[in-house]
Write a protein that binds this ligand. Sequence first.
Ligand code: FAD
Length: 278
Amino acid sequence: MSEKMLTEPCQAKIVKIKDEAPETKTFTIKYVDEALQKALHFTPGKFFMLSIFGYGEIPISISSSPLKTDSVELTIVDVGNATHALHPMKEGDIVGLRGPFGNGFPIQKFRNKDIVFVSGGCGMAPLRPAVKAIVGKRSEYKKLTLFYGCKRSDQMLFKEDLKEWSGVENFNTLFTVDEGTPDWKGEVGVVTKLFGKADLKPENSIAMIVGPPVMIHFAIIELKKIGFKEGQIYASLERLMHCGMGKCAHCNVAGTYVCTDGPVFSGAELAKLPLEEK
Ligand SMILES: Cc1cc2nc3c(=O)[nH]c(=O)nc-3n(C[C@H](O)[C@H](O)[C@H](O)COP(=O)(O)OP(=O)(O)OC[C@H]3O[C@@H](n4cnc5c(N)ncnc54)[C@H](O)[C@@H]3O)c2cc1C
């Protein structure tokens, strides 16, 4: 199904709000226009520009499954002007949506391969559609492994999904936190510490990484040590942007637009970009 990209904001209704973690909510949002609801299709890893009228417009990754597309879920951390205005909003309130933008993860190319998902903190939001799409077509992919690290256990997103994925055939899910708390019985330490605990076979594998830049940097180093080649690694970047469609140049890194050339880049492409680690 082809993707229709809206370049101007259209009215959309908040139909559901879920508290996901401290300062983090998942908003289910549906275009008011039924024709737009029906035309909604997206690739995992894409993002929308979300308008909070009177406050601003911000890029937000789609966090829901691409297999169910009359609405989208956006998982949003309350950090500043626009997100402060969004968080107290209620079901039934109207926002604006335009998109979907960006390239997304080319998961069709990943069929018949072992898939390694690496996620840090809120990076689980853009990665979740890819996990859901692959789990939804489980027989088309080989072994699955998820490494997910957060600062604390209460900051882990999508806890119901994490539990469900642990029960999926041949899907190894490993979790860690930076700071242990009395309720946490699992691993403590950075997410790359988990790599040695899984029997990764790089030959026929693809790794998808989403998280803070420093995590992406070290995850790529560690994956390469295990034997992953640059072409087997994909990571999603976040850069400040205003338009989402290659016009404002805010997200331009050495001639590459994160909004239109990315936000997903292969390891080979990342190696050519002058990115900071933090
Ligand atoms: C492609 C893309 C996808 C994104 N997906 C998500 C998502 O799924 N969920 C989510 O919660 N956030 C996501 N973000 C980040 C989100 O767009 C920003 O947090 C948001 O713009 C903050 O807006 P604000 O007006 O609330 O905060 P502001 O008042 O603009 O800023 C608050 C603080 O955050 C900093 N900041 C703002 N935007 C960014 C940014 N993009 N990168 C680094 N620092 C920033 C500011 O410098 C300031 O310190 C994404 C960003 C991009 C580029």
